[in-house]
Design a protein around this ligand. Structure first.
Ligand code: CP
Length: 317
């Protein structure tokens, strides 16, 4: 694997899940694979789970880890070519990236969508520059349009909890006070579309996702109808994708909050969310605290998805 930024990079999903579950059974089985190898994790945005789980996964494999928070302690980076650099950014990404590549064997990058320029976000300009100029394999720790380590962990979790071969998965939009990227829902859809699970996406009109990610999913605007018979409810907020509203909050309608009345429509579904989650906006206290909430198991599997991906990189270094 030379890069890991999307579902296709993992190859056959069944083998990837089997490999992940094997790693989970003995996460120290390959504790020497990363000896004398260095992982550099670069954060342009905040993180709790990705930061900790990816570091833990690298430690399980015997790697050294360097973490750089670009906006805290590093020079501010210019990302655009052609800019006259007379402002507050003293270093250009085009020098910084190959320099960073000198100090490591593998690079993880977190760089969210700016939500101002759709073309720029959907071209994945930042992570693509790392792939082009670092001279190292690069993986996404959430980029502008996808969050593959999260989606891989989500699939591992569904595999562990499903009780029927082909569960019904419902991804539901839920309200949030601020504009959030489409990376998590895009990615979740992309990965679920690699399975043969029944897949429904529900959201208010105006929140349609890029059809490239929606794929074979059924889009149902009536949330109650969508929830009927669901085995898993995957809640997430996202901002509008379609022009002219790209990156905007169109609604904070709390009728879309996932509460116990909504969950009662399902087939005793499990509740999932990638976290962090805003309680009583996205999900009610009682639902997230219920015994059908698997958000902690989902977060725990972030270590496993990261370790599976790092192991594959290390095996090819
Ligand atoms: N789910 C997730 O990526 O969490 P963090 O933003 O805390 O890393």
């Amino acid at each position: 694997m030379k890069k890991f930024t999307c579902a296709d990079d993992i190859g056959d999903i069944r083998s990837a899940i089997d490999e992940a579950l094997e790693i989970k059974r003995d996460r120290f089985a390959h504790c020497d694979l990363g000896k004398n190898r260095t992982l550099l994790m670069i954060f342009f945005n905040s993180s709790l789970r990705t930061r900790l789980s990816t570091q833990k996964a690298a430690i399980n494999l015997g790697m050294n880890v360097i973490v750089l928070d670009v906006n805290q302690g590093a020079w501010k980076l210019e990302t655009e070519r052609g800019v006259i650099m007379d402002g507050d950014k003293p270093e250009h990404l085009l020098e910084a990236i190959p320099v960073m590549g000198c100090y490591c064997d593998l690079i993880g990058v977190r760089s969210f969508a700016g939500l101002k320029d759709k073309a720029e976000d959907y071209e994945e300009r930042v992570i693509e520059q790392f792939i082009r100029h670092s001279g190292r394999p690069v993986f996404s720790m959430e980029a502008a349009t996808r969050h593959p380590l999260q989606s891989f962990a989500d699939l591992i979790t569904i595999e562990e909890f499903k009780t029927v071969r082909r569960p019904k998965i419902v991804m539901t939009w839920a309200p949030h006070p601020r504009a959030l990227p489409q990376a998590v829902p895009n990615s979740f859809a992309e990965w679920i579309n690699k399975t043969d699970y029944e897949f429904v996406i529900t959201h208010p009109e105006g929140y349609e996702l890029d059809p490239k990610f929606v794929g074979r999913a059924k889009v149902e605007y009536d949330r109650d109808k969508a929830f009927e018979g669901a085995d898993f409810i995957y809640a997430k907020n996202w901002s509008a994708y379609n022009d002219p509203n790209y990156g905007k909050v169109l609604s904070t309608d709390r009728r879309w909050t996932v509460d116990s009345d909504a969950m009662a429509l399902t087939d005793n579904a499990y509740f999932m969310h990638c976290l962090p989650v805003r309680r009583n906006m996205i999900v009610s206290d009682d639902v997230i605290e219920s015994d059908r909430s698997i958000v902690i198991a989902e977060a725990a599997n972030r270590e496993i998805s990261a370790q599976t991906v790092l192991k594959r990189f290390l095996q090819e270094l």
